[in-house]
Design a protein around this ligand. Sequence first.
Ligand code: NAD
Ligand code: ZN
Ligand code: ZN
Length: 398
Amino acid sequence: MSNQPIECNAMVARAPKKPLTLEKIIVDAPKAFEVRVKVIANALCHTDVYTLDGCDPEGLFPCILGHEAGCIVESIGEGVTSVSVGDHVIPCYTPQCNEIDCVFCNSPKTNLCPKIRSTQGQGLMPDGTVRFHDKDGKSIYHFMGCSTMSEYTVIAEISCAKIELDAPLEKACLFGCGVSTGLGAVWNTCKVEVNSTVAVFGLGAVGLSVIQGAKMSGASQIFAIDMNPAKFEAATKLGATTCITVDKNGNTLTITNVLRGEEDGGGISVQKCIAGKLTPWGVDYTFDCTGNVSVMRSALECAHRGWGTSCIIGVAASGHEITTRPFQLVTGRVWKGTAFGGFKSRTDVPKLVRKMMTGELPIDHFITHRFDGVDKMNEAIDALHSSDGRCLRAVCIY
Ligand SMILES: NC(=O)c1ccc[n+]([C@@H]2O[C@H](COP(=O)([O-])OP(=O)(O)OC[C@H]3O[C@@H](n4cnc5c(N)ncnc54)[C@H](O)[C@@H]3O)[C@@H](O)[C@H]2O)c1
Ligand SMILES: [Zn+2]
Ligand SMILES: [Zn+2]
């Protein structure tokens, strides 16, 4: 067990809208119930970029971003019993304390353990202090309880999902956020049944994992909707049966039936297209994977009269609100949302990794870009930002 501070490279977010800076930082030893890990691979997620762009009003600077990573335990603090030095772990921004008095961990209905929520939201470790310092000794904030854009980081024991040793960390890291979220929205939050019809709005890594999960659940029809037609190739490979291009107002531009190879002009709203033209009453399950509140409305209104469920996955910009006519709910549609796909992180992430290892759950298609070194993070951000829409996940291997 090491109780010495470590000096290492990290990419520090000094201020919103500025590139990350490569710095030598000090990472303190883990305190009680904390774990220090060596980060092996980090996948960039939109939430990191959203915070760096200054869109999150609660974003704190300077901080170390990053929350989709594969790590090896370097040292453990006092009282840590569930992981040991050398274990492979995925840091999870939704922890799982499993304490007897945690009504959330004890309920099968949710994964929202609040144990370290307040300090995590303030960029601090559970004792209210930080483990990161710059060369002048000044504090650097943590982010989402992970901060994996550093060669070493400290996380709470209850945020560590321990995975099997032979799982490649440069792939398993994807289960730290986006891919798990999409799969879990289908399997846990909505429990999509065989032969269901599904519509997915927004085909980034999250939307594509919804399609993959829906296909694995035996959905019979999957409608894939995006403004960027470059997204349809991957969507089709994963199981989309109809691809619909929309404009920013939610009007359909093209409708492509993948199975029959037919293309149709649009011109009507996506609601009228899905609930009216392509199906008589809408589809069983719809998913918003855009974070846009007018898309969330369209998604709800495409859900089947009488029972259709619409699940919000996208994170909306602060201050934005959802609207629809209450009649949409009176006539049986259900509006839901999900965080981390409802997966209980420490219990479920290792199971997802197992599924990847057995070949049941391939995820290679999400990794479109690879970079070597923590210092390449700005290049990874540029790749994710690029307007061609090709980048799903950019993985940096440290
Ligand atoms: N709930 C959670 O736990 C959770 C976890 C991870 C990510 N998210 C959120 O999920 C969302 C998707 O994440 P991602 O990484 O896949 O993002 P992404 O940016 O890669 O994908 C979004 C897709 O939506 C499309 N899009 C944008 N506006 C649209 C519109 N008006 N109509 C149709 N398509 C539109 C884009 O072209 C893009 O293909 C984000 O909002 C992210 O913050 C939520
Ligand atoms: Zn708990
Ligand atoms: Zn994320």
